[in-house]
Design a binder for this molecule. Structure first.
Ligand SMILES: [Zn+2]
Length: 227
C-alpha cells in the first residue's frame, strides 16, 4: 500500500520546483504509486506535476480540516498514469468518515481537484462536501457520533436544496439528479412525506418515483379527464 501525507506532497513539490529553477525545463513530477488494476490504463506510477501536488495538498488542508487526522496519511487508491490522475483515499476511523479526492492534469491544460463520493471505488462526485455519499451509497455506515441512519441522504438533500432553493413546480421539472436523490433516499427507508418536507419536491412526483407502476397522475384539464 503506497501512502502519502500532505507534508510529503508539499516537500516533494517544492524540492522539484527548486531544482528546476527558473529555466524552461519541466520540473520533475511528484511520483505516486497506484495499485495494479484490471482497468486498462490504470495502475502503476502516476507523475503529478508539482503544482497538482500543491493543489491537492492545499485542497486537503482547506477542506478536510476538521481534525489533524485528515492531513494524512492517505492511501493511493487508484491511478491513471496516462491521465496523470490519481485518487487519494483517507480510509476513515470510527469517528471520521472516509474521504476521497481525485487530482490530475497539468498547468497548461488545467489542474483538476475533485471531491469524490466517500465510498471506496465510486467515481461519482461527493454531493455535499468531503466524504459525503452519492445517492447509490446513502446506506453506507455513518460516523459514530451520528445516530441517524439517514445522515448521508439528509446532507445530500440539504446541499441539493441549497443548489435549487425554489419550492414546488420548478422542482418537478428537474432531471436525473433529482430522480437519483429521491430513489436513493427511498431505498434507505425515508418516507415520501419526509422527503417532500425536506426537499420541497412535489409529493406526487415523489410518489411516482416510489411506485412507478401506478397510473400516472392526470395533469390536464378536469373536463378532458382520462376515459
Ligand atoms: Zn458513491
Amino acid at each position: 500500500m503506497f501512502t502519502v501525507t500532505t507534508g510529503q506532497l508539499l516537500r516533494d513539490a517544492m524540492a522539484s520546483i527548486e531544482q528546476a529553477g527558473t529555466g524552461e525545463e519541466e520540473p520533475a513530477p511528484v511520483l505516486l504509486h497506484s495499485p495494479p488494476s484490471d482497468r486498462a490504463g490504470h495502475g502503476g506510477t502516476v507523475g503529478w506535476h508539482p503544482l497538482v501536488a500543491i493543489a491537492a495538498a492545499g485542497h486537503i488542508v482547506q477542506h478536510w480540516s476538521d481534525g489533524w487526522q485528515h492531513k494524512g496519511p492517505f492511501e493511493v487508491e487508484a491511478g491513471s498514469p496516462a491521465g496523470r490522475a490519481a485518487v487519494l483515499l483517507y480510509p476513515g476511523t470510527p469517528s471520521f468518515a472516509s474521504r476521497r479526492l481525485e487530482a490530475g492534469g497539468h498547468p497548461s491544460d488545467g489542474i483538476r481537484v475533485r471531491e469524490l463520493c466517500g465510498h471506496h471505488g465510486c467515481a461519482e462526485d461527493a454531493p455535499a462536501g468531503p466524504g459525503s455519499r452519492c445517492s447509490a451509497h446513502f446506506s453506507d455506515p455513518v460516523p459514530t457520533w451520528r445516530k441517524d441512519s439517514t445522515y448521508w441522504a439528509r446532507i445530500a438533500i440539504d446541499a441539493w436544496r441549497t443548489k435549487y432553493p425554489t419550492r414546488g413546480e420548478e422542482k418537478t421539472l428537474l432531471d436525473n439528479e433529482r430522480h437519483r436523490l429521491i430513489e436513493g433516499a427511498l431505498s434507505i427507508g425515508m418516507r415520501s412525506s419526509d422527503l417532500h418536507e425536506t426537499t420541497g419536491i412535489d409529493r406526487a412526483a415523489i410518489d411516482r418515483i416510489a411506485d412507478p407502476q401506478r397510473a400516472p397522475e392526470w395533469e390536464g384539464h378536469p373536463l378532458d379527464g382520462p376515459a
